[in-house]
Design a protein around this ligand. Structure first.
Ligand SMILES: Nc1ncnc2c1ncn2[C@@H]1O[C@H](COP(=O)(O)OP(=O)(O)O)[C@@H](O)[C@H]1O
Ligand SMILES: [Mg+2]
Length: 249
């Protein structure tokens, strides 16, 4: 589903990704772990098409198309979703307005009909229920005054509504308490665990992986994948640390 080959990328002329190769087939959740500054968020931004990140070499194929050739909104319409480490606040725009606009823009880009207000509201309430987010929160402005946990829940509701084929989740678990962590983990499972979907899950913590249960775990270090294994690799990292595990490789 996602095929990253020998990807090199730089910011302001500084090389951050240095020949990153990674394939994520449909139906799988692939966890990415790695030390601070390894390039994990950079990978997420490059996949999303954030301006300022220049790809100098390599390719990314998404369901048979050249992802790097698409504008960010085209990537979203093609089914790519990016969950951010630090969700942004948008004063003046309610979650419901924002989500309906986003969903209908994607539907139109795919040649599908836009949802009516009633249809959309039903979907939004359903997804909020799934993520145990009070539906009234959706009337509030995007992330304004939300606690860290509420932002992450709202982001999962957003993912549930947009229903992407491929989600890149960058430290969605950072700053969550134990209960919120389970809600997010269960949400990922409910929304993204399907034979025709896949997830790239960037995380530092085994505790989210206890809920989501990744098919594969890779270590990203200095801009490339240096090791790939099963869920046990994450367990080893948690107990032994990056240096010890990478030294063994
Ligand atoms: N806008 C930027 N300008 C210059 N360097 C940056 C910028 N953003 C990130 N970097 C550098 O890129 C490296 C990788 O950062 P990042 O992808 O955020 O790592 P991670 O998410 O793995 O912690 C770091 O050394 C960081 O300082
Ligand atoms: Mg990061």
């Amino acid at each position: 589903m996602l095929k990253i080959d020998n990807l090199h990328a730089e910011i302001d002329g500084k090389a951050i990704l240095n020949g990153l190769t990674l394939t994520v087939p449909a139906g799988e959740v692939h966890a990415i772990m790695g030390p601070n500054g390894a390039g994990k968020s950079t990978l997420a931004y490059v996949l999303g098409g954030r301006p300022g990140y220049e790809v100098t070499q390599g390719s990314v194929e998404f369901n048979g198309v050249d992802l790097l050739d698409l504008e960010p909104h085209e990537r979203a319409a093609a089914g790519l979703f990016l969950g951010f480490q630090y969700p942004v606040e948008i004063p003046g725009v309610s979650n419901l307005q924002f989500l309906r606009e986003a969903l209908n823009a994607q539907r139109r880009a795919r040649g599908e009909e836009a949802l009516t207000g009633g249809e959309f509201l039903k979907l939004a309430k359903d997804r909020a229920g799934l993520l145990k987010l009070d539906p009234d929160m959706l009337k509030r402005h995007v992330n304004v005054g939300f606690s860290g946990g509420e932002k992450k829940r709202a982001e999962m509701v957003q993912m549930g509504i947009l229903d992407p084929k491929f989600a890149v989740l960058d430290e969605t678990d950072s700053g969550l308490d134990i209960d919120a962590l389970r809600v997010v983990g269960d949400g990922i499972n409910a929304i993204m665990r399907a034979p025709d979907k896949a997830v790239l899950l960037i995380t530092h913590y085994q505790r989210l992986l206890d809920v989501v249960k990744p098919d594969k775990v890779s270590i990203l270090s200095q801009g490339r994948i240096v090791q790939t294994g099963g869920p046990d690799l994450a367990v080893r990292l948690e107990s032994e640390g990056y240096d010890a595990v990478m030294a063994d490789a």
